[in-house]
Design a protein around this ligand. Structure first.
Ligand code: GRF
Length: 190
């Protein structure tokens, strides 16, 4: 299956999904909303095409979402994996991308702590355990059906950055496994 990854930052999850490639899936494109991010360097180093869709070039979230979907469809992706993509995608994205598999990884045990600050919010609530969730993308932000979840114990006194980095270690293992699980047994049309 052909996989497209959406990322807005360092792209360590994107990199992990690339490293997880095997006979079940191939990463065919990176789509990002930001022009100067490390994820683009990762794509270049691996020879993976990258498409930059700057949010400010569009006059609505719907128009942006449509452009993101069109970029992925042009590369014939079967599965789109949001991996640190920091923009909300609206109905045109879901409409155009159907019936493809749309996934997102979020650094909390959803339904707890959706939104931008999943790690910070778990710390503020004095949780002892948080984790990561991989779920289907729907119009409900961080609210789509859960596909996989893994716990990470919070070390007393640790800060947001350290905790997030420990969660990302788990995400970098789990996300390629989940992507693979959707691709196993699917016919290869390439
Ligand atoms: C991950 O924690 C992911 O769950 C969240 O953004 C982070 C992306 O990390 N949505 P990176 O940019 O791939 O390092």
């Amino acid at each position: 299956m052909k996989v497209g990854v959406l990322a807005s930052g360092t792209g360590s999850l994107f990199e992990a999904i690339c490293e997880g490639q095997d006979e079940t899936y191939e990463v065919v494109v990176l789509v990002t909303d930001r022009p100067h991010i490390r994820a683009l360097e990762v794509a270049e180093a691996r020879g993976i095409p990258a498409v930059v869709v700057p949010f400010k070039d569009f006059d609505s979230r719907d128009a942006f979402s449509e452009a993101v979907a069109k970029a992925l469809i042009e590369y014939e992706v079967d599965l789109a994996a949001n991996a640190g993509f920091m923009r909300i995608l609206t109905a045109p994205y879901l409409d155009l991308m159907a019936p493809r598999v749309l996934l997102n990884s979020h650094p909390s045990l959803l339904p707890k702590y959706p939104g931008m600050h999943g790690v910070r919010d778990a710390l503020a609530a004095e949780e002892t355990v948080t984790g990561t969730t991989i779920h289907r993308v729907t119009l409900d932000l961080d609210g789509g059906p859960i596909v996989a979840q893994e716990e990470v114990a919070i070390i007393p006194g640790e800060g947001e950055e350290t905790l997030h980095e420990r969660i990302k270690i788990v995400e970098r293992r789990l996300y390629p496994e989940v992507v693979r699980s959707f691709c196993v047994g699917r016919p290869d049309d390439g």
